[in-house]
Ligand binder design. Sequence first.
Ligand SMILES: NC(=O)c1ccc[n+]([C@@H]2O[C@H](COP(=O)([O-])OP(=O)(O)OC[C@H]3O[C@@H](n4cnc5c(N)ncnc54)[C@H](O)[C@@H]3O)[C@@H](O)[C@H]2O)c1
Length: 435
Amino acid sequence: MALDIKPADGNLGVLLVGLGAVSTTLIAGVQAIRQGFAKPIGSLTQMGTVRLGKRTEQRSPLIKEFVPLASLDDLIFGGWDIYEDDCYLSAVQAGVLEKDLLEQVRPALERVRPWPAVFDKRYVKRLDGPNVKKGKSKRELADQVSDDIRRFRDEHRLSRLVMMWCGSTEAFMTESAAHESLASFERALERNDPAIPSSMVYAYAALREGIPFGNAAPNLTTDVPSLTTLASESGAPIAGKDLKTGQTLMKTIIAPGLKARLLGVQGWYSTNILGNRDGEVLDDPESFKTKEESKKSVLDYILQPHLYPDLYTDLCHVVRINYYPPRGDNKEGWDNIDLVGWLGYPMQLKINFLCRDSILAAPIVLDVVLFLDLAKRVGWSGIQEWLSFYFKSPLHAPGLYPEHDLFIQLMKLKNTLRYLQGEELITHLGREYYD
Ligand SMILES: NC(=O)c1ccc[n+]([C@@H]2O[C@H](COP(=O)([O-])OP(=O)(O)OC[C@H]3O[C@@H](n4cnc5c(N)ncnc54)[C@H](O)[C@@H]3O)[C@@H](O)[C@H]2O)c1
């Protein structure tokens, strides 16, 4: 039986924290698609299909026609940044999209002007900007974020909202006493505890109003008990962390394949050069550590050395990111994989991925926003594990290991959509075709 899903009527407000390369590439892209001169390549919600029933039935509707998603025409963007540039100027500065394309969508970009940010340099050492809120406590700053949201909602008569952190990667931090319960978190907000970075202030403001929250970056943000509990209690779905785009996307495509064929891996060396603002922020060791942790856990979970000790014990996994300004947003990633085959014979695989960071990230921010809004209308709250497909460090229930294999993640996502609409789940057993 299909679940009861509220319709996607009215406008959906998309609250972006951080209006840098990813956010402006998203906004410009959505506008270009609306104007009919570009295609939403890379977006599962816009171009993906879902097979229903038996293979002989030939039913494979588009996902956006199978489940009720907000239309791109109904998205209204707003957001915060520490710089005052509107989204057109920010997009020019980011240098991802060509001037020609930007000129065609310029009015839509210029309309999005950043509201003053909650920002504390302590968490992002390489940046400093003038467009910053002032307040006596982090609690007061959260209230100011709520005021921005309320004004935005009223001005555009929004029927629903989703917030997504597309801000810079914050300094590495581990869970502490301040994050344990909602009461300890709120006390920490009052006393300006350094255990509460800016991203948590935004997340708190959204979650207490039941607004879904996604995290494109690797910082903890909602990945602490106080905020996952708040999300569950207030009816807000959450998803994160760290978009799975360039090198890690390739890793989660290749590693399950090697494991499927029982090929051993002795070493996996990954290095990147990138020259955008994200690269500059990651040049600071504390921000890099947050990213490194997120990138490194992937292989262990996929290869499961405890189940395959002869193949993956003592795997040497090294990840490097180097800030190299001439490359801008066009990241280059190299991977060297030292493989082991039959009778222990060594082999090597080299991958050289010349990718575009924000071109890969924008469509998946769009998907996460639309699916979080769907989850909200279904009545789901808390961690949305079915959205793991999009993340390097998927949020997961305590005591459960995260699923990193891209193909299992996709199956989980599509089965969730089938479940929503009361369609049979696909197990790929396939006996029925031969009985
Ligand atoms: N592009 C990708 O492929 C990709 C993949 C995974 C994760 N990410 C993450 O997504 C995030 C955004 O990436 P980007 O390339 O757009 O970076 P960017 O540096 O171009 O944009 C980030 C923006 O956030 C702003 N900002 C920082 N702290 C803020 C705060 N407290 N409040 C409001 N604004 C704040 C910055 O001023 C900047 O304009 C980064 O954390 C990055 O690590 C990107």
